[in-house]
Design a protein around this ligand. Structure first.
Ligand SMILES: NC(=O)c1ccc[n+]([C@@H]2O[C@H](COP(=O)([O-])OP(=O)(O)OC[C@H]3O[C@@H](n4cnc5c(N)ncnc54)[C@H](O)[C@@H]3O)[C@@H](O)[C@H]2O)c1
Length: 358
């Protein structure tokens, strides 16, 4: 495999498997990466997750952010969340902490149907379901601003504030246009609810209208999020790139993942262009199937492909994608998408596929 684009230095990858099936799928993704890129990647594993938190109170250690900036090129992440930590405090500290402190403002969630049989939509094929959700990842309703008043009484008031900054909105919309342009994608759709959220989302609409004149080569369209949810199911061929706020991106990308075969296959990147960024499957730690060797590792492998794109290794990234497509075609997958392999065996198949072609 020739990777003329990259330097000879191995890329330094921090691996945070986390909890539950995060640990199981990340193990397989690292196996596949090692098979595809012998000597081009160096892995360092971190044991942050519920076990460590329950043992000594560590979630995201002091100095972690500086260490990632200094010593790593990318982070491969599994999932966090454990019923033994009902508050999920460790998960919030680790994942939301890294997204915020590393300023990973893009949540990139490609939706690509890899096999006709995997979509629940009638008469749709692989060519029909192929778009990318660009979700704002540092602002909106997820910043944790708000409070309770008279909590636990009949007069309780709960306020959750939606934070939209000019800088935050502009940089994510600009990223979506640049992403479309650099990949020769024709269309960018910005989605908000500016008819009801007349302050925060009016800002989104205004910035979008301003920026679209700079990207006249890209077709731009605006849809309210309720209309977009409907259109994605009715006719997903209309979309190449969808850019939206944190909350709507979260919901729409889960909808998208189902159009393309389910959570087991869905990848994501938490990105700050040009800086250390974090790649993880869309799914969570799935306590209901953890420890059973049935979780699908493909979402983690496809997230690793996004990581390789970010590291300037597109040929190897495409090799990983080819492996997942081939495994679906040849029914060498886990049960959730119709195969009968376990997590480890599915990982072995993918690793073997890439090793013979690397
Ligand atoms: N990024 C993250 O770390 C992240 C994301 C979502 C949820 N969570 C956390 O994960 C925990 C469980 O959350 P949840 O149950 O709502 O969501 P989940 O994504 O863990 O599971 C949802 C459903 O999808 C199935 N599923 C998920 N991934 C799968 C895979 N790879 N293969 C086969 N089936 C798969 C699960 O078995 C479950 O039925 C919670 O603590 C939640 O907070 C973490």
């Amino acid at each position: 495999m020739s990777e003329t684009e990259i330097s000879q230095d191995p890329k330094r990858i921090a691996v945070i498997p986390g909890d539950g099936i995060g640990v199981e799928v990340t193990r397989e993704a690292v196996k596949v990466l090692r098979a595809a890129t012998p000597e081009k990647l160096q892995f360092t594993e971190f044991d942050w997750g519920a076990d460590r938190y329950l043992r000594d109170g560590t979630s995201l250690p002091a100095g972690a952010v500086e260490m990632f900036h200094r010593d790593f090129d990318a982070i491969l992440f599994g999932a966090v969340g454990d019923p033994r930590v009902p508050s999920n405090q460790h998960a919030a500290d680790i994942l939301l902490g890294l997204r915020a402190k590393l300023d990973l403002y893009v949540n990139l969630r490609p939706v690509e149907l890899l096999d006709d049989a995997l979509t629940p939509l009638r008469n749709r094929a692989t060519k029909d379901v192929h778009f990318t959700v660009v979700r704002e990842n540092t602002e909106g309703l997820y910043v944790g601003a708000g409070g309770h008043f008279q909590r636990g009484t009949p007069h309780e008031v709960a306020i959750q504030e939606d934070v939209n900054t000019r800088r935050g909105v502009e940089r994510i919309i600009r990223y979506a246009f640049e992403f479309a342009r650099s990949r020769h994608l024709r269309r960018v759709c910005m989605s908000d609810k500016s008819n009801a959220l007349t302050f925060g989302h009016e800002l989104w609409l205004r910035v979008f209208k301003e920026l679209k004149s700079e990207y006249a080569d890209v077709e731009s369209r605006h849809l309210y999020v309720d209309a977009l949810a409907m259109e994605l199911v009715r006719d997903p061929t209309q979309f190449d790139v969808i850019v939206t706020c944190n909350l709507f991106g979260d919901i729409l990308s889960d909808l998208g993942s189902q159009l393309a075969g389910g959570l087991g296959l869905a990848p994501s990147g938490n990105i700050h262009p040009g800086r250390v960024s974090l790649f993880e499957p869309v799914h969570g730690s799935a306590p209901n199937i953890a420890g059973k060797n049935i979780a699908n590792p493909a979402g983690s492998v496809l997230s690793s492909a996004l990581m390789l794109d970010h590291l300037g290794m597109p040929a190897t990234a495409n090799l990983l994608r080819d492996a997942v497509s081939a495994s679906i075609r040849e029914k060498q997958t886990t049960q959730d998408i119709g195969g009968n392999l376990g997590t480890r065996e599915a990982g072995d198949w993918l690793a073997e596929f890439v090793a013979t072609r690397a």
